[in-house]
Ligand binder design. Structure first.
Ligand code: SF4
Length: 971
């Protein structure tokens, strides 16, 4: 908010200056103008406009809409009097919008009030969001960095503790670091921890998430002593020649740049030098040009994309099938700037039977089968949701035809729709003839699922519905059936993941899927092939960062950069900037600071765009293929147009004239040299099309064909997939003890991580973690209260604990340390703390390994002693519950070791455990481990049955899932 206040005088002064200038110019223009009728009209109207200019020059922006209207009137009068040229830079129309210094400075002043209101709203939203996250105990990704920075800045003891554990810091890809991350690193690195960073400014491409080349340069200057790495061990020389030539042309600061520091300048001294020798028999770089197609006829953006997709399929087929050096599908990566149009390319590859994998694509929530399952869940969640009910009745779940649905929803003679009412009653649907019994069965199934919803997980509900309706079998009979089935199974996994969050209900999931269906987030369809299979990978350039591929195909080179025309932005220095609006909010007006922001943003975008092309090209090891997509043929002919479009930059490098000559001819291929070394093979796109390109490019006709072996293989793979039985089970003693107590509890707690009611929750975990951390850090033999308090203050958990909890914890820990100190004085010998162990149980199939850490390993009177701390009150039930865990620890150390539980809350209370029944314990652990392995291999919830016989027994065990497992009547 301070920004807006600080900007008000600046805005007023700038507006005054602009208004005075335009008034002076008009006065002199009117004095010199011939006395035509329009000039006479303007002269007559001029005094009120001059007064208006004086008024707004004084900073009078009380009625922005009115003022804008008067500026528009003035502009029209100037146009009629042919005097626009006099003030063109100050006030003129640019399309429908008033632009020029006066309009923009006026807009700047008028926008301060709405900007202030928006700032207040954002501040309130931020505070509410922070509070909500605090209450829910969650952190967003950004919070992880911001909170780490705040922790290190506000609590030097934490920083010092972290620094003690570090000998040096090495940061790779430092050019992708933002200012906050850099501060975290700097705070950890000082004092006394050397910092070494690796990075390449030319590869800084994460501006959208805050990465900043100036951060990299500052680190460089601060650290000094750079070691240049000019030798490239990845790409063959032909590719590096091309990349060097391209970078020399694209990485230079434009004369008009408002912020030259954001640009990376190519240093000829740092040309990439190949470590590999030239591979004379293989082409290095190819450009597939579409200029002939675009010269022949004007293609829409969608047609051009479909054409490029077909050519891409042809290029990949040619690479794969060529006689010399054929390329495996798995060695090809297709790189995109963004995956928003990837469906067109996927479709073309599918039609050409090219196996492919989209890395984190989109479109999952728009798939019909996903929407069908979402409709089913919506009608289970809310029986009054008529739209969801109609959708699910029509879907492959129940396949009710439209005529029946219409009669069902609106019976003859009824005054209003009756779908949900009829499904809510017990009627027999007798008026619907043969469909009646089916509808009764559907209604019964929906009722059964609704009755189950408070006890079953969402995944269980879906699975149950799929089994009852044969939905997946129906999907398999349809086009892309295996894909549909895989998508449904992916949705089940997403439901499992969603339920791991606290307070996440069926209604929340329905709303989430619906919302994601509207927004089309980055969520790909389920993959029928894995990324590691022999498949072509489709991914963004950002996803390819840090990777390399034998062959890279870079598509859509002709794509134009999108300007950022947002009407509200947050500037790093000026805060919130908004465009004022006129005409009931329908017409955004020009605004000086926003225009300046857009110019800066556009400049940064172009600077990063140059680096993005560099990153894309340097992913290729042996071959780089460039697909032009839709360039601007006018640029090829005359150089007119946007010189920042990638394909224009490639044309520029190769020379527009020779390229235009190739396009004008009918040769299928030519080779053009790259200045300063290297060459590029240029081929015509038509070479890769199965059909003559003179045909209009229309929508592809649907194809009906019997299933191929490949498709059958997919079906078998999806349906019959059974993971191999594990040869090993590795788990912790605590988890195995849970499984022994109740497999269903293990499933909830350790597999799908459902939150539990009434078990102390997050605060208990924090207290326990802090207590263990302090007792691990202090010297138990000599520690004093100050040491305990110091270690406690350095624990991050203490930042969120309440003062009363902290005081009790400190007092308990002091008492515990004093007690242990006394025991040490009496002969207790501490051998180790937080001792890691792995306990291999006797050979069996699968082999069971238990792993964990022992709080304290000690010796007393010549006998080994295993201890475990619990930040809890002592109780018989707690001793019984933890005895199995201690048994595993004792078996790991020595079967005759003593075992003790130390309860810390309210002062230390030691509970010794009885001698170990070694044989019985080993047998029980092996049996439980083998059963756990079998259950995990199945992966089905049914493999984790409930064990205690009743809700009463479960409640006595202190389980937090009683409400989930048992009906209320059983409690
Ligand atoms: S409530 Fe009972 S059956 Fe359900 S998970 Fe807990 S212990 Fe197992």
């Amino acid at each position: 908010m301070e920004h807006q206040e600080a900007l008000a005088p600046v805005a007023t002064a700038a507006l005054r200056e602009a208004a005075e200038r335009i008034a002076a110019r008009l006065r002199s223009a009117l004095g010199a103008a011939r006395d035509t009728p329009t000039v006479a009209r303007l002269r007559a109207a001029w005094p009120p406009y001059e007064a208006m200019l004086e008024e707004i020059g004084r900073g009078g922006a009380a009625a922005p809409v009115l003022e804008t209207g008067r500026l528009e009137d003035l502009c029209r009068l100037l146009g009629a009097a042919r005097l626009t040229g006099t003030v063109r830079d100050d006030l003129a129309y640019d399309g429908p919008r008033l632009r020029g210094v006066l309009a923009e400075e006026y807009g700047f002043l008028a926008a301060l009030a709405p900007a202030r209101r928006l700032t207040e709203l954002l501040v309130a939203l931020g505070a509410a969001l922070r509070e909500r996250k605090r209450v829910d105990g969650v952190l967003a990704f950004d919070d992880l960095i911001a909170e780490a920075r705040a922790l290190l800045a506000d609590h030097p003891a934490v920083g010092a503790r972290c620094a003690r554990e570090l000998r040096a810091i090495l940061v790779d890809e430092f050019q992708d670091t933002d200012a906050v991350q850099a501060e975290v690193i700097e705070r950890l690195a000082s004092p006394g921890v050397p910092l070494f960073v690796v990075g390449d400014e030319k590869q800084s491409i994460y501006g959208f998430r805050g990465a900043d080349v100036t951060v990299f340069r500052r680190a460089w200057e601060r650290l000094g002593g750079a070691l240049p790495l000019g030798r490239n061990f990845r790409s063959q020389p032909a590719i590096l020649d091309f990349v060097n030539g391209l970078a020399a042309g694209t990485m230079r600061v434009p004369a008009t740049s408002p912020d030259p520091g954001r640009w990376t300048v190519f240093d000829p001294e740092q040309r990439l030098v190949a470590d590999r020798s030239a591979e004379a028999t293989r082409p290095g770089v190819s450009l597939v040009t579409f200029a002939r197609e675009h010269a022949r006829r004007s293609l829409s953006a969608a047609e051009a994309r479909e054409l490029e997709a077909r050519v891409l399929a042809g290029v990949i087929t040619a690479l794969h099938e060529r006689r010399e050096h054929p390329v495996r599908f798995g060695d090809i990566a297709v790189l995109f700037r963004a995956l928003d149009q990837v469906k067109a390319y996927e479709y073309a590859l599918r039609r050409s039977a090219i196996p492919h994998y989209v890395v984190k694509g989109r479109g999952f929530f728009q798939c019909q089968e996903v929407r069908d399952v979402a409709s089913l869940l919506a009608t289970i969640a809310d029986a009054r949701d008529g739209v969801a009910l109609a959708a699910v009745l029509r879907s492959p779940f129940f396949a009710i035809d439209d005529a029946t649905l219409a009669r069902l929803a609106w019976p003859a003679g009824a005054a209003r729709p009756a779908l949900t009412r009829r499904f809510g009653s017990d009627e027999s649907f007798a008026d619907l003839g043969d469909a009646g019994p089916r509808l009764v069965a559907i209604r019964d199934l929906l009722r059964r699922l609704r009755a189950l919803r408070s006890r079953a997980t969402i995944a269980e509900l879906i699975t149950d519905a799929l089994a009852a309706t044969d939905f997946e079998a129906v999907c398999l009979t349809q086009f892309q059936g295996p894909q549909k089935v895989a998508n449904v199974r992916k949705l089940i996994e997403l439901a499992r993941g969603a339920e791991r969050r606290r307070f996440f209900t069926l209604r929340d999931f329905v709303a989430l899927v619906h919302d994601l269906g509207e927004r089309e987030p980055r969520e790909p369809e389920a993959q029928l092939v894995g990324e590691q299979d022999d498949v072509v990978r489709l991914m963004t350039i950002h996803q390819a960062k840090g990777l390399e591929f034998p062959v890279v195909v870079l598509v859509d080179l002709g794509r134009r950069l999108e300007r950022d025309n947002d009407t509200a932005v947050i500037d790093e220095e000026l805060g919130v900037l908004v465009a004022p609006v006129a005409g009931a909010g329908l017409h955004p007006q020009s605004q000086a600071q926003l225009e300046a922001y857009r110019v800066r943003a556009w400049d940064r975008t172009r600077a990063e765009h140059a680096r993005l092309l560099y990153v894309a090209c340097t992913r290729a090891r042996d071959e780089l293929v460039l697909l032009e997509g839709k360039g601007n043929n006018r640029y090829l002919q005359s150089g007119e147009g946007d010189r920042y479009v990638w394909c224009h930059q490639v044309w520029h490098l190769l020379g527009r004239e020779p390229l235009a000559a190739f396009v004008a001819g009918d040769a299928g291929e030519t080779v053009l040299p790259v200045p300063d070394g290297g060459e590029v093979r240029v081929t015509a796109a038509a070479r890769y099309l199965e059909r003559p390109t003179t045909e209009p490019v229309g929508a592809p006709a649907p194809v009906e064909a019997p299933a191929t072996d490949v498709e059958r293989g997919f079906v078998a793979r999806v349906l019959a997939f059974a993971p191999p039985p594990p040869s090993e089970v590795v788990t912790s003693p605590t988890a195995l003890a849970d499984f022994r107590r109740c497999p269903r509890q293990f499933w909830y707690r350790h597999v799908i991580a459902l939150p539990e009611r009434g078990t102390g929750g997050l605060r208990a975990t924090l207290l326990g973690t802090a207590a263990h951390g302090v007792l691990e850090a202090v010297d138990l033999g000599t520690t004093g209260d100050a040491d305990i308090d110091g270690e406690l203050a350095a624990r991050p958990e203490t930042l969120v604990l309440r003062s009363g909890e902290l005081a009790r914890l400190a007092s308990d820990l002091r008492a515990a340390a004093a007690g242990i100190g006394a025991e040490i004085g009496a002969g207790l010998e501490i051998l180790g703390r937080e001792v890691p162990f792995v306990l291999p149980l006797p050979r069996h199939q699968p082999r069971v390994f238990l792993q964990g850490r022992i709080d304290v390993l000690a010796r007393r009177g010549g006998r080994l002693l295993v201890r475990d701390y619990k930040y809890a009150q002592p109780s018989h039930a707690a001793v019984v519950a933890h005895a199995d865990q201690l048994a595993a620890y004792r078996l790991a150390i020595a079967p005759d070791a003593a075992g003790e539980l130390v309860f810390l809350r309210g002062g230390p209370a030691v509970r010794a455990l009885p001698p170990l029944d070694v044989e019985g314990q080993v047998e029980a652990l092996v049996d439980a481990g083998v059963a756990l392995g079998a259950a995990m291999a199945s992966g089905e919830p049914s493999a984790f049955p409930k064990r205690p016989p009743s809700a009463v027994v479960c409640a006595r065990l202190g389980c937090g899932y009683v409400r989930r497992c048992w009906k209320p009547a059983d409690h």
